[in-house]
Design a protein around this ligand. Structure first.
Ligand SMILES: [Zn+2]
Length: 172
């Protein structure tokens, strides 16, 4: 399957009964992956997941890690709010232990090490708006960590937590 380098919102229009889940991401090297990781028939398209996995890799070590489909679901939910008109900008996806240890303020047991977290932003959208969307889904589904940082929002598929700039707080 050829993945287009850019995908207008109309390209992912769904028909009734479709279970298609489309995602468009761009990493800090400017590499993009766009496609339906869940096809209209409900099956996972592993070629699309593999393309995403490459974009989510640790760029410093050029190492790909695990990429749970559940994390793609979280990002897909967030991207639905902006009609897929632009890629989710990935600030950090999978991290090797070496890269994680070199990052100031990164938790030693960061979920990035398991490929279970993504630091994201959307061009022209405030981090507060992205965090609000993520927090809404976190409430609905009763899981996900959501951390707000200057310039990006951390989301992960761990238990339900929320924090701002590294200071944990519980959400009511
Ligand atoms: Zn993070």
């Amino acid at each position: 399957m050829a993945l287009p380098s850019s995908m207008p919102g109309a390209a992912c229009a769904q028909r009734v009964g479709d279970r298609m889940r489309f995602l468009w991401v761009r990493n800090q090297a400017g590499e993009e992956a766009a496609g339906a990781y869940i096809r209209a028939d409900g099956w996972i398209d592993w070629r699309v997941v593999a393309a995403m996995q490459a974009v989510f890799r640790d760029l410093r070590q050029n190492a790909a890690g695990p990429l749970p489909v559940l994390l793609l679901d979280v990002l897909w939910l967030i991207q639905t709010g902006w009609r897929f008109e632009q890629p989710i900008v990935l600030h950090s996806g999978y991290r090797t232990p070496l890269t994680n240890a070199s990052l100031e303020g990164a938790a030693f047991n960061s979920r990035h090490l398991e490929g279970q977290a993504a630091d994201i932003s959307l061009r022209g959208v405030t981090v507060e708006a992205v965090a609000e969307a993520a927090t809404a889904f976190s409430r609905i589904y009763d899981f996900m960590g959501v951390g707000v940082y200057p310039g990006f929002v951390h989301v992960d598929i761990g238990p339900r937590r929320a924090w701002q700039r590294g200071a944990p707080r519980r959400i009511g």
